[in-house]
Design a binder for this molecule. Structure first.
Ligand code: HEC
Ligand code: HEC
Ligand code: HEC
Ligand code: HEC
Ligand code: HEC
Ligand code: HEC
Ligand code: HEC
Length: 414
């Protein structure tokens, strides 16, 4: 039995210990945001925006860059499925070892180089992987392509050669992460584009503040005044112009053609993209036939009659807080909010096809088209597979219509 005195003594000891432990804990929690004190970090948003937060964290945006692990890498490490062959004696083997997951290059059976998977980019159609070398980031030679369910040569790489040397530049991360700090580098040149980063500054995934802008003042204000139900210190979306709303997405969805005069990481909702761009005297491309489907939804949509004749923006069809991938019936409902009998602008095929149409306007009017920028190569250096992306040039596509009609007719006959 412990005496009363000893018990009291222990209690006295425990109190400061608990205080120290909680202090340490909250100290850890409040690790300063690499973007500065005006940022609060996404985790702080959950206390007041629980529903938005809990659905948002499952979206492709939030998951676009993640630590590489067996959960985030979808390619196989099992024997028989873990080797990519270039067809000329060069192979890359995906290896599970203590200390991590590796890509190992072999030429005629001899190991040349092995690097660890550190970061996974993507996850829907394709995944690509990055590794750290000191403060530098490089892309690994092998990517994963969902349509093939297999490893592929990373897009744009030489078809016959294993390449571990492609540097990752800041621009890549501006679209695929929330922040990374590029270190000043006096040696950068046209031939040496490798940049160095402050490794600890990387904030993976596209977080709340990457779109909405810094939120620390907003959080502090509403924590202090919980009775105030109108947003303070946060851009109000209702008050934005159509162009401002479009620009909030176009910063990452208008292709990779623009050169910005300041860090794209500082772009936030309500800003005007035109002010971010270096002078560009090239004429604007408005020809949908030459706009690539990959990464340029903004310009393709702008070339559509739908867009020209209405006030639509990206949010007319997308709720970015929700994972809606593949839910074509839901998207079709959004088409029908404008295209309905009452408005005399419903689909011309509606009288003939009726219900069969309503669940899927998309495959006929926004078909998936091959990208010219990205091509995918299967193992053995034989198969070239197209990289398909939904076009945002909304129009009538006779070839796709024929295919879908044939499909509907076949179903009817069953
Ligand atoms: C202490 C509570 C609190 C926290 C924490 C909080 N918010 Fe808010 N937020 C509010 C309130 C209250 C409103 C106004 C009512 C509403 O729209 O829900 C609001 C509204 C908003 C709006 C809508 C603006 C508009 O009117 O268009 C956005 C966007 C927003 N918050 C983003 C964030 C982000 C990002 C974070 C995390 C960095 C965050 N909030 C954290 C309380 C909070
Ligand atoms: C910081 C850059 C960035 C901004 C800002 C941004 N996006 Fe994206 N978006 C991406 C990237 C990168 C992907 C691909 C993510 C992936 O699959 O890894 C993507 C994917 C998507 C997808 C496909 C999602 C899926 O499930 O496959 C939609 C839809 C989309 N964005 C819409 C929008 C809309 C609408 C806005 C504006 C409100 C917007 N995005 C703003 C970078 C951005
Ligand atoms: C890809 C850009 C993007 C990201 C990332 C993003 N939002 Fe939003 N958010 C928007 C847009 C666009 C709207 C306006 C939607 C509309 O008007 O239809 C919006 C609206 C809101 C609103 C007000 C309307 C509502 O739905 O309640 C809140 C609150 C909000 N966002 C909070 C958050 C929080 C919290 C996060 C992170 C968990 C987040 N957002 C991440 C683009 C984004
Ligand atoms: C200007 C913005 C932008 C830049 C720069 C950019 N991407 Fe993307 N990336 C996107 C968008 C938007 C998508 C998805 C939509 C699409 O394909 O149109 C995407 C898709 C991807 C995907 C497929 C994601 C999936 O879930 O299927 C991978 C992998 C990827 N990008 C890797 C990279 C890498 C690696 C870099 C840098 C070397 C890079 N991207 C540079 C915007 C960008
Ligand atoms: C914000 C309202 C709105 C939404 C949402 C909308 N549209 Fe439209 N769309 C229009 C308007 C307005 C026109 C022009 C009609 C006209 O000139 O009579 C149009 C035109 C079209 C055309 C004719 C194109 C051409 O080149 O002749 C097609 C096809 C079309 N829309 C399909 C769709 C599909 C599919 C969706 C959903 C993915 C959709 N629209 C969503 C407003 C909208
Ligand atoms: C008229 C409706 C409509 C509008 C407006 C619209 N989208 Fe989409 N978007 C869709 C549909 C439908 C899909 C296909 C969804 C699917 O297959 O899961 C899609 C898919 C996407 C994808 C994924 C493409 C792929 O194949 O991987 C991205 C990225 C995207 N939209 C971005 C945007 C951006 C950015 C804007 C504004 C410039 C925008 N969208 C405006 C209807 C629309
Ligand atoms: C099987 C393919 C197919 C499907 C599914 C389909 N459409 Fe169409 N749509 C067409 C074709 C083909 C035309 C052109 C018909 C013509 O001009 O005679 C057309 C025409 C249109 C037009 C232009 C009408 C005009 O006045 O010129 C609109 C708007 C439209 N569709 C919207 C939709 C919407 C909304 C849906 C989903 C509810 C849908 N379509 C589903 C093939 C399709």
């Amino acid at each position: 039995m412990i005496s009363k005195r000893a018990f009291l003594f222990m209690l006295v000891l425990m109190v400061p210990l608990t205080v120290i432990l909680t202090e340490c804990y909250t100290g850890e929690d409040k690790k300063p945001d690499a973007r500065g004190q005006i940022f609060a970090g996404s985790a702080t948003c959950v206390s007041c925006h629980k529903n938005v937060y809990n659905s948002y964290i499952h979206t492709a945006h939030f998951e676009t860059s993640r630590p590489a692990s067996i959960e985030t890498i979808h390619g196989s490490f099992e024997k028989g499925h873990n080797v990519f062959s270039f067809g000329n004696g060069s192979t890359v083997e995906m290896q599970k070892k203590t200390g991590g997951l590796y890509q190992a290059g072999f030429v005629n059976g001899k190991l040349t180089e092995a690097k660890r998977f550190d970061i996974t980019i993507g996850g829907g159609k394709a995944e690509t992987y990055l590794y750290w070398q000191g403060n530098k980031l490089f892309e690994l030679p092998m990517s994963y392509f969902s349509a093939l369910k297999s490893w592929t040569n990373s897009p744009g790489y030489d078809t016959g050669r294993i390449n571990f040397t492609r540097p990752i530049v800041t621009r890549c991360m501006e679209c695929h992460s929330s922040y990374i700090n590029e270190l000043p580098n006096p040696n950068i040149s046209l031939t040496n584009r490798t940049v160095e980063f402050d490794k600890a500054s990387l904030i993976m995934g596209i977080d709340c503040e990457r779109c909405h802008g810094p939120g620390a003042n907003h959080v502090n204000f509403h924590t202090e005044y919980p009775e105030i139900k109108q947003a303070k210190y946060m851009t109000t979306i209702k008050g934005l112009t159509r162009q401002q709303k479009l620009d909030a997405c176009a910063t990452c969805h208008s292709g990779n053609k623009d050169v910005f005069n300041r860090s794209a990481f500082t772009f936030k909702m309500g800003d005007t993209l035109a002010k971010w761009k270096e002078h560009n005297f090239a004429p604007q491309n408005t020809n949908p036939a030459t706009l690539d489907v990959h990464g340029n939804q903004n310009d393709l949509l702008a070339s559509s009659k739908c867009f020209i004749s209405s006030n639509m923006d990206c949010n007319s069809c997308h709720n970015v807080h929700q994972k809606e991938t593949g839910n074509l019936a839901l998207y079709s409902q959004r088409c029908m909010s404008c295209h309905k009998t009452a408005n005399h602008n419903e689909c011309k095929l509606m009288p003939k096809l009726g219900m069969a149409l309503k669940k899927n306007c998309i495959d006929c009017h926004m078909p998936a088209k091959p990208s010219n920028l990205i091509q995918v190569e299967g193992s053995g250096n034989k198969v070239q597979v197209p990289y398909l992306v939904r076009t945002h040039h909304i129009a009538v596509y006779p070839t796709e219509t024929k295919k879908i009609l044939a499909f509907i007719n076949k179903q009817d006959r069953r």
